[in-house]
Design a binder for this molecule. Structure first.
Ligand code: NAD
Length: 511
């Protein structure tokens, strides 16, 4: 690649029609390029034009980031928790002041709709504020002991935390998923998805004057080089990963070498069970909303892509579903009038189209969408797509697509549909639409997933633990558990010496 003019600012400079911005990464309180000079392209998935480039970090850069984080962590971890909370509060304020610019940057880089990306910035700010308030909850416990002994636990930060995030919610994950680790007293190295790294650099820009140097680093690069070097580094005792199941496995293997503590938040193939007591038209609208098409173009771990509809309402439900899908406006995600934009990058676009082709080949009936929308000759667009006539064995009912593709299945026996919904190696969320309280509780108990929504899919109260069962993950986030997971417990038992003479109880006769 030709020599580039390095720029620090991506906020307000990256735009369509503007010269590409060649950003730097933020390591140990300094803006830098990769030691090798390697760079990655940032492509606007709507126009397929170059927005800029980011450094492609290598092992040498990773090493620098780890050393700098370890140094910064010493002072950061020693601060009173209230002070760390105040820092995070100031970061939240600074982000709020630039919310619109950040949302726009994420739209350009990821293709996600602008309303969705505004929501993502708000959600990142909410996570920072939540953990800022919770920072003091990293206290230990005491153990009952006999006289002369005191035993208690302390929770201490790990020091360095590697936070590897996927491409689908770029700013929200780069920021929100660093919050708990920072609040607990760790220095965090964020590694964003290589396809959507720009807003993580924006985060660094905003954090640079707010946080002490080295407390937050943003390391850009590919998963196979930068990500792998980070998770294999012996100076990284705690790794937190959000992304696909195969990468999760690779990270668990790499972490085994250093016995690093790992949590992984992985994929989903989430069932939505539509019961016969609900209004099928309303349920169809809820099913489309639960796909997160209007938030991230269906590229969501929580998308409800398996729709199990009671046979008695399957027809009106399917009719309403197709009507709702036909209403969705696909187009430039910067335009408020559009509901959904393109997929984030070319390879993923091809992957989703391949899922659609395989669904058709396996005998599923293509009832809506299935290809590039008319009038959008460029950009990684895929029409919102519905398959009917789907059976449980078809790949479209089993594999995560991570795009705007829904599969309609039907059921008539509750026990049977529970068994079918649970027949997956994944278990991120399970979803139910019913008005019947008894059915709601019955299903909530029997569904094998880390999170069950009954009505209102996706509405998560702050502090409600989120994390998958089975191959969807290890560990919980978005709650107190996440904060504690960034601490390691130490037990201290003190055998007290005998009291000094001046403090010893006087013999009875002397009192
Ligand atoms: P991915 O696994 O391809 O990449 C995720 C991150 O890991 C990226 O930053 C990538 O560069 C990095 N990476 C890749 N290989 C690596 C390696 N060997 N070592 C270290 N890091 C490596 O995932 P993706 O395509 O970006 O995201 C989509 C997946 O993420 C879907 O499966 C989705 O369900 C899942 N996801 C899960 C959640 C959740 O909360 N459970 C949330 C969002 C996305």
């Amino acid at each position: 690649m030709t020599a580039v003019q390095d720029r620090v600012s991506v906020l307000g400079t990256v735009d369509r029609g503007a010269s590409p911005v060649h950003a730097r990464m933020w390591i140990g309180g300094r803006w830098c390029t990769a030691a090798s000079g390697a760079r990655l392209d940032c492509v606007d998935p709507t126009t397929e034009e170059l927005l800029g480039t980011v450094p492609a970090a290598g092992p040498e850069d990773v090493d620098r980031a780890v050393v700098a984080a370890a140094e910064a962590a010493r002072e950061w971890g020693a601060l009173p928790w209230r002070t760390r909370g105040e820092y995070l509060g100031r970061l939240a304020d600074a982000i709020t002041g630039r919310a619109e610019e950040i949302a726009r940057l994420d739209v350009l880089d990821s293709g996600n709709p602008v309303a969705g990306m505004r929501g993502d910035v708000a959600s990142a700010v909410a996570e920072l504020r939540y953990y800022a308030g919770l920072a003091g909850q990293t206290h230990g416990e005491s153990t009952p002991t006999s006289a002369g002994t005191v035993s208690f636990t302390r929770r201490e930060p790990y020091g360095v935390v590697a936070r590897i995030v996927p491409f689908n919610h770029p700013f929200k994950f780069a920021t929100g998923k660093a919050a708990a680790a920072l609040a607990a007293g760790n220095a965090v190295i964020v590694k964003p998805g290589e396809q959507t790294s720009l807003s993580a650099i924006a985060l660094a820009e905003i954090a640079a004057p707010v946080l002490p140097p080295g407390v937050l680093s943003v390391l850009t690069g590919t998963g196979s080089v930068a990500g792998d070097a980070l998770v294999s580094h012996p100076g990284v005792p705690r790794i937190a990963f959000t992304g696909s199941v195969p990468t999760g496995r690779a990270i668990l293997r790499a972490a085994a070498e250093n016995i690093a503590h790992v949590t992984v938040e992985l994929g989903g193939k989430n069932p939505l069970i539509v019961c016969p007591d609900v209004d099928p038209v309303r349920a169809a609208r809820d099913a489309v909303a639960a796909m997160n098409i209007a938030r991230s173009n269906g590229q969501s771990c929580g998308s409800t892509s398996r729709l199990y509809v009671h046979e008695s309402i399957r027809e009106p439900f399917t009719t309403a579903l197709l009507e709702r899908v036909a209403e969705l406006r696909v187009g430039d995600p910067l335009e408020e009038a559009n509901d959904t934009g393109p997929l984030a990058f070319a390879e993923h676009h091809a992957r989703v189209l391949d899922h659609i082709a395989r669904a058709r080949a396996s005998g599923a009936v293509l009832a809506a969408g299935g290809g590039r929308p008319a009038g959008l000759p460029r950009g990684h667009f895929v029409e919102p797509t519905v398959f009917t006539g789907v059976t449980d064995a078809m790949p479209i009912a089993r594999e995560e697509v991570f795009g705007p593709v829904m599969a309609v299945l039907s059921w008539s026996d509750l026990d049977d549909v529970v068994a079918r919904a649970n027949d997956s190696v994944l278990g991120l969320t399970a979803n139910v639409l019913t008005h019947d309280l008894a059915v709601a509780h019955h299903l909530a108990q029997r569904l094998q997933a880390g999170y069950v929504y009954v009505n209102g899919t996706g509405r998560r109260p702050p502090g409600s633990p989120f994390g998958g069962w089975k191959q969807s993950g290890l560990g919980k986030e978005n709650a107190g558990e996440e904060l504690l997971s960034y601490t390691r417990e130490k037990t201290v038992t003190i055998t007290l010496p005998a009291l000094p003479a001046w403090a010893s109880p006087r013999p009875r006769g002397d009192r």
